[in-house]
Every structure is written in C-alpha cells, then in structure tokens.
Design a binder for this molecule. Structure first.
Ligand SMILES: *Cc1c(COP(=O)(O)O)cnc(C)c1O
Length: 415
C-alpha cells in the first residue's frame, strides 16, 4: 500500500497541530437554500436549527431569487447542462459572449472575459500580461487569490502599506524604471469592509505611468449609486485598467468570475491565461442565471438601496448598543472583540439565540484583531435585523463589553 502508516501518521500529526492551535475549520451544513433564514446543522449530527444568516456574501439577496432560478431553469432547457470542453476548442456558447458584453456594459469597461471563478481570474491575469521586466505593486491586505496569482507570475513584486497613498507613491517612484508598473488593490477589503481610495490611486497611476487593477468582488452590484462598484463610488469609472470580480457573491452567488477592462488586456487573457485555456468555463445554467441578475440590477437600484438602508440601520443599532466597530462604507461590518476565544464564545452564544455569525481570528485576521464579521443583505427585513441586534446585545451584556473601548475590552480579556 502506497499510503503507508508512516505517511498517514505525518498527516495525522499535522491535523492534530491544527486542532491544538484551535484553528481547525468545522463546516456547518445548511439544509435549506441560501437566504436570510437558513436551517443549519451544527455541530455535525446536531438537530437542524433555524437561524438568521448574518455572514453570507448574499448582499443583494439574489441567491435564491425566483426570477433567477426561473432563468437558470430556462438556460438548462435551451443550452443543456455542461460544455464538456474548454472555450477555445468547443466550449463557448452565444450566451457566454452575451454575458461578457453585459458585464462590459455594466462596469463601463472596454471588454470582458469570463473565468470559472474570480480565484481563477486572479490566478490567470498577471502572468498573461506581465513579464520579468515588469513590477506588481500590491496593497498589503489584498485577497489570497491575488497573492496566489502574483506567485504564478514572473514579474517582480513589491507592496505598500494598507491604503497608504504616500507609501504607494514612494513605491511608484522607487520602481520608475520598470517597463510596466501594475498597482493592485481590492475595491472593498473583505475583513475590514473599508474601501480603496481609487480616486487617489488613479491620480497616482496617471502621474507615474502605472496601470491599476481592482478586485471588486465585494462590491460589484451594490457599491456606488447604481451598484457598478468602487469605481463608481470614487468617481473614476472608465479609468480602471483592469477589474476582476466574481458572480459568486452579490450577483446570484453561484460561481464564476471575470477580468474586465482594456480590450488588449482582455485579449491577452484569451490568448494566454491558463485557467481560461485549460479549465471549463461557467456552466450554461449559471450564465443564464447571471444574465437575469444583470436584468434585475439594470432595471432598478431598489436592491442596492435597500441594502444601504439595512446597513445604516444595523451599524446605528450596534453603535448605540456600545459595540466597537470598524469604520467603513460597505455592508461588511466587523464587531471587534480582539480576543480570539471571546470571538468563538460570542459566536456560539449568538448561534444558540438563533443568529448565525462567525468569529474570525488569527491567521484570518491579524493577531489581537478577533471579531465577528457581520454582513448585511437586501434579503434581510427589519425584523431580522432587530432580532439579531437583540441577540448581540444580550450576548454583549453577558460578556460585559457594551460601552467598553478597545483598551477596556483588551484589559478584560487579553489579546
Ligand atoms: C471571494 C473573492 C474572490 C474569489 O471569488 P470566487 O469567484 O469565489 O473564486 C476573489 N477575490 C476577492 C477579493 C474575493 O472576496
């Protein structure tokens, strides 16, 4: 047997270490569709419990929208189930190109190319357009998929301190001699919910002759007055060279991603991006669903408006209750607890009160920055938010942290 007891022992030791460090990830099984109200089995084998979901990326409440489901059914009926081919052989349908055009129009870019996921878009884009003569200059808090994409690219790499525009300018000066300079950031940062300063970044990129890539996965569909994304919010539409984003969050939440931007860059990806060339694209059923999502978003801003109202309501409620929050303009609202164990205990107590919100701690966030990350949705009604708020306040009282400052919480529970 090739999987010897020695090899098995090696993995068992590593898994044991992960458990002992308290960072073993236990999955929760949802027995319903994804929505504001879900039915969760946790821990595994426990009775299924009805809870309010406060931690999905279902920002627009479209994951189980009847019209999206209907469109997906129709796509299944007219275009079949699978493509059984990568695109450059025989894996592209008319609806794939239609979706690319819809994304281009929605984001206000020149062209778009679909990828199986945004993880794949980020894995493919850098190596497709850069060489060892070029440099990637990235914000220190960019998403893991960007970090992996940069690792797969032969270009040189440097970073700037999170959202620190003076530091970015220093780096642009330092690398003035490189053939292409590509500045890289998330639009909305997923752990803190803060927005990149795209207006300043565009200015700096113009001044120092650099390109700008923004991963807008946590904003496409709802940030900005008509939901186009952080570039709309920052008034720089048409000025971002490359946008990567996902269909796996606000845009129905199934899967798929894309690179959208300058025509030549999209074309380079079609010629050279490996996840595009060597992996099947999005299944027709999902393409049909996402096309319907864009119909819904183009017809009205009702959903992103409701999301904005819900977010303001939730932030105000938590602030008045005396929680320490991270500032930001997005529906990602982290409730700061600082201590890792406290974040786990807090999350468990919320769950027992019918509220599903996960505690994040090192290494997902920096040491001493443990939190409950709440995410608001247009699928929430005020009664959901009121019930969740009541539970947060009850648990906050139990641990005696309401009205305390960061320093006081840290003094009480340690880091
Ligand atoms: C979620 C996320 C991704 C990955 O998206 P998938 O389509 O699920 O692969 C990439 N980048 C950022 C910033 C994300 O938040």
């Amino acid at each position: 047997m090739s999987f010897s007891e020695k090899i098995r022992g090696l993995y068992q030791t590593q898994l044991g270490e992960i458990r002992n460090a308290g960072i073993y990830k236990e999955e929760r099984f949802i027995h319903s569709s994804q929505a504001a109200d879900i039915e969760v089995e946790f821990p595994t084998g426990a009775e299924v419990k009805k809870v309010i979901n406060m931690c999905a990326n279902n920002y627009l409440g479209l994951s189980s929208h009847p019209e999206v489901i209907k469109a997906a059914h129709a796509g299944l009926d007219t275009r079949g189930y699978g493509m059984s081919s990568v695109r450059f052989i025989c894996g592209t349908q008319d609806i794939h190109r239609e979706l690319e055009n819809r994304v281009t129009e929605f984001l206000g870019t020149e062209d778009t190319i679909l990828f199986p996921s945004c993880m794949d878009a980020n894995a493919g884009v850098f190596e497709a357009i850069l060489t060892s003569e070029d440099i990637m200059i990235s914000d220190r808090l960019v998403h893991a998929s960007i970090i992996d994409g940069m690792r797969l690219c032969s270009a040189q790499h440097d970073t700037f301190k999170h959202s620190n525009m003076e530091h970015l300018e220093e780096k642009l000066l330092l690398h003035a001699d490189k053939r292409i300079k590509l500045v890289i950031t998330d639009g909305v940062f997923s752990m803190d919910g803060d927005l990149a300063k795209l207006d300043i970044m565009v200015e700096l990129c113009n001044k120092y002759d650099a390109m700008l890539l923004v991963d807008d996965s946590h904003s496409t569909g709802f940030i900005g007055k008509t939901g186009r994304g952080t570039h709309e919010h920052c008034n720089v539409m048409g000025q971002i060279d490359i946008i990567t984003t996902t269909f796996g969050k606000a845009l129905g939440g199934a899967s798929g991603g894309c690179v959208s931007g300058r025509k030549e860059i999209v074309d380079m990806c079609r010629q050279k991006a490996r996840p595009y060339l060597f992996s099947n694209t999005i299944a027709p059923v999902i393409v049909s669903g996402v096309l319907k999502v864009f119909d819904i978003l183009s017809a009205s801003t009702e959903r992103r408006d409701k999301l904005e109202k819900n977010t303001a309501y939730w932030r105000k409620g938590l602030t008045e209750a005396g929680f320490v929050l991270k500032e930001g303009d997005s529906p990602i609202i982290p409730v700061m607890l600082f201590n890792a164990k406290l974040s786990q205990d807090f999350s468990r107590d919320l769950f027992s009160r019918g509220i599903y919100a996960i505690g994040f701690f090192f290494p997902v966030v920096p040491n001493g920055q443990a939190r409950i990350r709440t995410q608001i949705s247009a699928g929430h009604e005020i009664h959901h938010l009121d019930k969740a708020l009541a539970a947060f306040i009850e648990v906050g009282k139990k641990y005696g942290i309401l009205g305390l400052t960061k320093e006081q919480i840290v003094a009480k529970y340690g880091l």
